[in-house]
Design a protein around this ligand. Structure first.
Ligand code: GTP
Length: 327
């Protein structure tokens, strides 16, 4: 099987950082979000196709310098085509069936068993479903016999939600669904195409482990905590010469001698935390500097940002050189 990963969104909810870096390259627990998603794919996947658009050059460059374990190819949109349009644009040579991945979901999921379940079901699609308490931001599945999906309700009020099982952004589809997507225009696969496929048999695959959609600051940091707690953040050891709790994922060339850490921190490549500074529950991206005595909590510090000595940054998304910078 091949896999098609959608990676062309603007990441508006993570602005201003997503003005300067695509969401999928933000490191969580020591690795870009995209690579945590790709890690879910079985080893025998034949090829991964990335449907890119926004900041495609940055993604191409990163993937070239950090090749994943499968052959990888990018197909770029010249204008945003939405999830369905992106699939259509990247459809040439797709396998039957194929994996479809949103590139911003963090999950413990056995996609190999999902593929086996898909083949056994005889349906046209199988969608991983995550159980959440608050269904309001999501597409919620109504489930019938054998977990066949009978309807999707988008962003329902709790009283209207047919279940607590939502579209987890990981699915498997027969190639025929690509023929259902109209060409050369923006299409939302979930809203415009999936409802019409339900009659052909679309089944839910309930995820048992953790899941989160890392699309906002709060959820991104929660996703990072899940990754560390799920053992996907490396050894989590404190950087040389620092003190505190950890886990900390210190990427290549980062340094933090004399600094202290709370729990759940990623230091991006060449990030520096100076003596007397403290970072907790945050991501400090490549080349950013947390100066002496500064304190960063619950924040996403963008590439190259300098957090001024002695200042306190809490629950913030910071980016340099971006419109709307909140620094
Ligand atoms: P927000 O703007 O903050 O909602 O984030 P987003 O742009 O990532 O949108 P959303 O989370 O709804 O997207 C779900 C997945 O589809 C993500 O992996 C996106 O990168 C991807 N995606 C969204 N729009 C497009 C598009 O127009 N083309 C392609 N190729 N992928 C898209």
């Amino acid at each position: 099987m091949k896999a098609l990963a959608l990676i062309g969104g603007f990441g508006t909810r993570l602005r201003p950082v997503t003005y300067v870096v695509p969401k999928q390259l933000i490191p969580l627990a020591g690795k870009p979000m995209l690579y945590h998603v790709l890690d879910l794919l079985p080893d025998d996947v034949e090829e991964v196709v990335l449907a890119t658009g926004y900041m495609a050059d940055a993604i191409d460059g990163y993937v070239r310098s950090h090749p994943p374990r499968w052959p990888i190819r990018t197909v770029r949109e010249s204008e945003p085509l939405g999830t369905g349009g992106g699939m259509k644009n990247a459809a040439a040579g797709m396998s039957d069936p194929f994996y479809l991945l949103n590139s911003d979901v963090i999950a413990a999921a056995d996609l190999g068993s999902m593929a086996r379940r898909h083949r056994a079901s005889g349906g046209v699609g199988t969608m991983a479903l995550a159980r959440v308490d608050d269904t309001r931001p999501y597409g919620v599945a109504a489930l019938g016999d054998g977990d066949r999906i009978t309807a999707f309700v988008e962003k329902p009020e709790p009283s209207d939600a047919p279940s607590h099982w939502i579209n987890a952004g990981l699915s498997i589809w027969g190639r025929s669904v690509l023929d259902r997507i109209p060409p050369s225009r923006a299409v939302s696969f979930e809203r415009e195409i999936v409802p019409g496929l339900l009659a052909e048999g679309v089944f839910g695959f309930r995820l048992a482990g953790y899941w989160d959609d890392a699309g906002t600051r709060e959820r991104l940091l929660r996703a990072q905590r899940l990754l560390f707690d799920g053992g996907r953040g490396g050894d989590g050891r404190l950087p040389a010469g620092s003190t505190g709790d950890g886990p900390v994922a210190a990427m290549e060339g980062s340094s933090a001698a004399g600094a202290s850490f709370g729990k759940y921190v990623t230091l991006g490549p060449r990030a520096r935390v100076e003596p007397g500074a403290r970072v907790e529950d945050s991501v400090v991206m490549d080349g950013a500097v947390v100066e002496r005595g500064a304190h960063v909590v619950g924040s996403l510090v963008g590439p190259g940002v300098r957090v001024a000595a002695g200042s306190r940054v809490e629950s913030a998304v910071l980016a340099d050189g971006a419109p709307g910078t909140t620094r």
